[in-house]
Design a protein around this ligand. Structure first.
Ligand code: ATP
Length: 254
């Protein structure tokens, strides 16, 4: 698990900051951060990923994340940012980068790594596009290419910031099923999403942020039981879907 205690991070004096007193990201669970634009969701993930410094504690299976070398951190934790660059390389080369945290000084990939790359391409439906340059992919295809990269990385914790926002509905669902399989293998997926019905339907736990703080958290069932509080924070509430044919287990209600 990742245990967050007396945690703060941000962008310097007077600028935006987040403060989180106590929060646990459990192994084997999908956890989702939700909240309005600018409430600090990405700031939180960036600080766990080592892109922003933090104060306080973020203990990953007992070890302070900030004390780990980038390589040691990358062996256990992967981060998919919201905006994904397109350096001049093919999808397959990008995906192979996921393995470099395990490679030795010569950066030679093992047979297992090569198999992992093919599996990651297959699981994201990117095999047919594997020789294409990143700059020649659509937005959703680029998200799938980066997702394949962190699958090849094979970390215990996957931090995914709006990683399916540009995907078509079929790939979005497929990715959610993939996240479900990863958690069954004991991995932990932490997502940020504005797709509330989807988030409520797949998450074990949800944290709602506002103005840099976690203002409400719980299981989807627990949160759906507090419609007035959800309306107060999000301007909208959720309830279990009323028909069996509904795409998701929860739907938005006014
Ligand atoms: N590099 C930066 N320097 C200063 N302020 C920043 C920087 N990046 C983000 N911010 C500010 O920090 C706040 C939180 O941003 P953050 O990206 O964490 O929000 P978010 O909850 O992920 O929002 P969204 O839903 O729009 O992605 C915002 O007010 C944003 O303007």
């Amino acid at each position: 698990m990742i245990r967050i205690q007396s945690f703060s991070a941000g962008y310097g004096a007077g600028a935006f900051g987040i403060e989180i007193e106590d929060l646990t990201l459990k192994r084997g669970e999908i956890t989702t951060l939700i909240g309005e634009n600018g409430c600090g969701k990405s700031t939180f993930l960036k600080s766990l990923a080592g892109i922003l410094p933090y104060r306080g504690h973020a203990l990953m299976d007992g070890e302070e994340i900030a004390d780990l070398s980038p390589k040691a951190r990358a062996q256990r934790l992967a981060y998919l940012p919201q905006s994904l660059p397109a350096p001049r390389m093919t999808v397959r080369t990008l995906v192979s980068h996921g393995c470099f945290s395990r490679a030795g000084i010569t950066n030679v990939l093992s047979e297992a790594d090569l198999r992992g790359i093919e599996t990651a391409l297959r699981e994201t439906d990117m095999t047919p596009l594997s020789d294409r340059l990143l700059g020649k992919l659509s937005g959703g295809e680029r998200q799938r290419a980066y997702l394949a990269m962190i699958l090849a990385q094979d970390p215990d914790y996957l931090l995914v910031d709006e990683g399916t926002s540009s995907m078509d509905i079929a790939h979005r669902r497929k990715t959610m099923e993939l996240f479900g399989r990863l958690t069954q293998r004991g991995k932990s997926v932490v997502t940020v999403s504005h797709d509330l019905p989807l988030s409520f339907s797949i998450s074990s736990h949800i944290f709602i942020m506002k103005c840099g703080k976690v203002v409400l958290s719980g299981t989807p069932e627990e949160l759906a039981d507090q419609p007035e509080r959800l309306r107060e924070i999000l301007g909208i509430a959720l309830a279990p879907s009323r028909t069996d044919e509904a795409l998701y287990a929860y739907e938005l209600i006014r």
